[in-house]
Ligand binder design. Structure first.
Ligand SMILES: Cc1ncc(COP(=O)(O)O)c(C=O)c1O
Length: 432
């Protein structure tokens, strides 16, 4: 067991690891243990985790750990052999989704899942052009950087390739058309239609979006946006991909999947982060029709995707989500927190907007409610102050001024009260 001091760990990391791996907080935390919604540093200090959505059912949830350990001692091999485990897991996942989403593929990360989703979409449409939302992030591979404006339009990026068409993020608070514009959704839809017209008939492969854009700033899309866009995309033969890597598995409280909250059914759904609770699991679920187009003779194989241990872990995570009714829990705690945060907004001018659903919340900080100038530095100060109070939060949005609340799902009412109380204290210094 290596037990270096925090400074030794930091300097070894700087020496050994790539420089563009970021480190959270000015005073970094060295985490050595996790349990449910709490993390523990090398001195045994407990941190309330209000940020890490990957540990969906809780850090090191005993049932998930045991499922992995038990399966590891029996068998871990690839999908070329028959296994009831992978079939059962696929069946359980498919049962959470509406028809006609009924064919599953397993991979090892959200990035791999989005890559595969693109291949499926291209095989089905014989087209390449894709419409993406501004500020979106879909993963770390070359192709996914190409479809992630958050990366290719950010530091070190070199813009979008010609086959990627970026449309404005329908953010009713800060976007091009806002809540005071009764035609906002229509206007946002027109951008999609304009791309379709510009690229010409049958060249559109599809449209990809997170159901609630996360790095875009914890955005809830306007209710009619996805129905309108899906319709426009399908009219021209394109497919609709829902990136549910951050928003699925009951996190938004009202629904199991983010897209369900808008009454749409995507053609391809992409899963990642929470489904393995920290173990690397990704999945793509699509229609029989699209899966058939993809089955063109070229084998699809992922060495680790769908291995027995991943499936055992994935099934255990789903068991916990469903048996412990974590979606309902997210709804209840989320509603409580939303109410508390809105109350904070009534007292702190620096809060420009509070939004979200369940345990997927955003608090947007502004220097002035009138100009909506982003309070980026203030958001950074607050997140670092909360860290010193042993509460872990992060920021996001194009200006990094949105406090991102996205805890492991066991996060409870007491945790919410503590988070809001400490946030209230810290906001006071900006409200004088
Ligand atoms: C919406 C979304 N899609 C895809 C990914 C990529 O997932 P991974 O990091 O597991 O490859 C991420 C990761 O942050 C994400 O937030």
């Amino acid at each position: 067991m290596i037990n270096n001091s925090k400074n030794e760990t930091l300097s070894a990391r700087r020496r050994l690891l790539g420089r563009n791996l970021s480190i959270a907080y000015r005073n970094p935390v060295k985490i050595v243990r996790g349990s449910m919604q709490y993390l523990y540093d090398e001195e045994g200090r407990e941190y309330l985790d209000a940020y890490n959505n990957v540990a969906h059912v809780g850090h090191c949830h005993p049932r998930v750990v045991k499922a992995g350990q038990d399966q590891m001692a029996v068998l871990n091999t690839n999908t070329r052999y028959l296994s009831d485990l992978i079939n059962q897991y696929a069946e359980r996942l498919i049962a959470t989704l509406p028809e006609p989403l009924n064919v599953c593929f397993f991979v090892n990360s959200g990035s791999e899942a989005n890559e595969l989703a693109l291949r499926l979409a291209r095989a089905h449409t014989n087209a390449a052009d894709l419409i993406v939302l501004d500020h979106a992030y879909h993963g770390n591979t070359s192709t996914l950087i190409d479809i992630s404006p958050y990366k290719h339009d950010g530091p070190g990026g070199s813009g979008a390739p010609p086959w990627v068409h970026t449309v404005p993020l329908p953010d009713l608070y800060r976007g091009l058309y806002r809540a005071d514009n009764p035609k906002a959704v229509e206007k946002y839809r027109e951008h999609v239609v304009a791309v379709i017209e510009q690229i010409g008939p049958r060249r559109l492969c599809g449209f990809i979006a997170e159901s609630l854009p996360s790095v875009g700033g914890q955005i809830v899309l306007p209710a009619n946006y996805l129905p309108a866009v899906y319709q426009a995309v399908r009219t021209t033969g394109g497919v609709c991909i829902a990136d549910e890597v951050q928003t699925g598995y009951g996190r938004i409280g009202t629904h199991f999947w983010g897209f369900e909250s808008y009454g749409v059914i995507p053609d391809i759904v992409v899963l990642g982060k929470p489904i393995g609770n920290g173990h690397p699991v990704g999945a793509v679920i699509t229609t029989t029709e699209i899966a058939e187009s993809f089955a063109n003779g070229m084998e699809f194989f992922s060495t680790f995707g769908g291995n027995n241990v991943s499936c055992a872990i994935g099934r255990a995570v789903l068991d916990v989500v469903q048996e412990d009714k974590l979606q309902l829990h997210a709804h209840n705690v989320g509603e409580r927190m939303l109410g508390q945060l809105r109350e904070l907004m009534s007292r702190h001018e620096i809060i420009g907007d509070v939004r979200g659903s369940g345990m997927f919340l955003g608090v947007e900080l502004v220097k002035s409610r009138e100009t909506r100038e982003p309070a980026t530095m203030e958001a950074d100060v607050i997140v670092n102050q909360l860290r010193d109070e042993q509460i872990l939060l992060g920021t996001d949005g194009p200006f990094h001024n949105v406090l991102k609340i996205r805890p492991p799902m066991p996060f409870n009412a007491n945790d919410a009260d503590r988070l809001v109380e400490v946030l209230d204290q810290k906001l006071r210094s900006f409200s004088l």
